[in-house]
Design a protein around this ligand. Sequence first.
Ligand SMILES: C[S@@+](CC[C@H](N)C(=O)[O-])C[C@H]1O[C@@H](n2cnc3c(N)ncnc32)[C@H](O)[C@@H]1O
Length: 340
Amino acid sequence: MPAQTLAARAGHWLWTCRAGFEPHLYEELEWAGAHPRLLGEALVESETVTGLSPAFARAGYRVVVSLTGGTPDAVAEAAAKAVRSLPGGGPWVVQSFTPDTPRGNTLAAPAEAMEAAVRARLPPERLVDDAQRAREAGAVLVGLCMAPDGVTVVGAVPAREALSLAAGGRRRMKRAGESPSRAAMKLEEALDGLAFEPGRGDVCVDLGAAPGGWTQRLVSRGARVVAVDPARLMPELAANKRVQHVQESAFAYAPEEPADWLFCDMAWRPLEVAQLLAKWGRRGWARHLVANIKLPMKDKNPVLLRVRQTLEKEGGWEGLTVRQLYHDRDEVTVTAHRMK
Ligand SMILES: C[S@@+](CC[C@H](N)C(=O)[O-])C[C@H]1O[C@@H](n2cnc3c(N)ncnc32)[C@H](O)[C@@H]1O
């Protein structure tokens, strides 16, 4: 780790990740030939982007300008100038963030103040707040990264291509009051990024379902859920007519009819889980997949590569996305679908 945060280079890419995952993100970018450089805690730069989105990046922006030092006014002025220099006449979604680290988080208030100062210097008619709607309107997501050691980076990415629409990929969610487990937020974040979502009447199989956070979210969307887990479900779910609890190992379970969606949050070895999900794909037992893959090992990328290969080559799963979401810890979330 550099002793001081390094400035990013204009035209390069700025990536931010979960604290402590910089080496994994760096390695991923290096393997992809993107020539990475570690800038500081939770911040990695790369010279280029490659076809596959990096799994360990929460958000990524093309660097417009990197500023070091300067008064808040001077930084806001230079940042606003950089935003005005962006090509195209579409709307801008301007979002500040700090690296998600103890040092970075102390900068939250100045970062918010900088965002307000930058916005005040931009034509109001170009600014939009609702990133979701802005994506459809072809907006550019502008990231103002305030990092320790006086480094501020202004980056931009078309909202349609952004890894996340949340500032710095920090997709905070209110904890749903009725939700039985924190895991539910991981599911909601995963569903957020999908073009279509499970809904009324869909048949979902939830492997590793207990205590039932995911199952509960799916039921509340109107789906029918087969919850497969040797462990017990929350009593109110076990009693729900739209939930069938199969109290056995997911490795022994075979569905009676194909499902619309396969969910998996099993706390089990990633390569064995990938084999199981590949079997579901091969046999056409589900059309859509959302799986949380646990990666407790030190060397995560080689395992992740094999997981990808197993799902695609042995399972026929397509359109694979592999992302460490904001709510993911030592794990990544995979989504995919099957055409037939
Ligand atoms: C992280 S928890 C799942 C949390 C759940 N998604 C929720 O929202 O409440 C992991 C679950 O995997 C289950 N599990 C581990 N091995 C399994 C297997 N072979 N078959 C089915 N479930 C398994 C565990 O019993 C545990 O309940």
